[in-house]
Write a protein that binds this ligand. Structure first.
Ligand code: PNS
Length: 165
């Protein structure tokens, strides 16, 4: 019997830094797909707290025991990178209705550009529904505790980085 093609999903984003909301989506995705590639956007216009290399290291470190989770950098059009990696699905997390408008717009544009690539929306656990990289960075930079909202390794790097600034 011919073997089924591998189901590769791409989970793109800035991940500056990885939060427990992202971790939750990656875990759910890794149970559904043969491989999930966490694709970190090299965005020259944003001013990130962590370099792309650091962000990838934090993702790799968090998922070092998961065989089917990979982290990589990408630039340019997401759908082109998805095609190059033979990913048939783009995964995005939706925390609240407020996320939906932007995500819907992006998903439909991506479908127009690459009709065979499907976007799948996934919901993180409710306990992470308010968590974002932006809010975590803001709280950490003002001395607030972010324990439990980011993986332990990320928390350590975050505290170090905000102390340096
Ligand atoms: O976590 P973010 O910052 O909301 O992720 C946004 C991301 C990386 C998914 C989006 O900006 C993206 O796909 N950028 C790549 C450029 C592209 O393909 N743009 C057209 C998408 S409609």
């Amino acid at each position: 019997m011919p073997s089924l093609p591998l189901r590769v999903a791409l989970y793109p984003g800035s991940f500056d830094p990885l939060t427990m909301g992202h971790v939750d989506i990656i875990q759910r995705g890794s149970a559904l797909f043969d491989t999930i590639i966490v694709a970190v956007l090299e965005n020259v216009s944003k001013e990130p707290l962590f370099t792309v290399k650091e962000r990838i290291e934090m993702i790799q470190d968090t998922f070092k025991t998961s065989d089917n989770v990979e982290a990589a950098a990408f630039s340019g059009l997401l759908v082109e990178y998805a095609a190059a990696r033979k990913a048939s699905t783009i995964v995005r997390g939706i925390r609240a209705i407020s996320d939906f408008e932007y995500e819907f717009q992006m998903a439909l544009m991506n479908r127009r550009l690459a009709p065979t690539i499907e976007t799948v929306f996934m919901m993180p656990a409710e306990e992470y529904s308010y968590v974002s990289s932006r809010i975590v960075k803001e709280v950490a930079s003002l001395g607030g505790k972010v324990t439990g909202l980011v993986p332990e390794g990320v928390e350590a790097r975050l505290l170090e980085r905000v102390r340096e600034r």
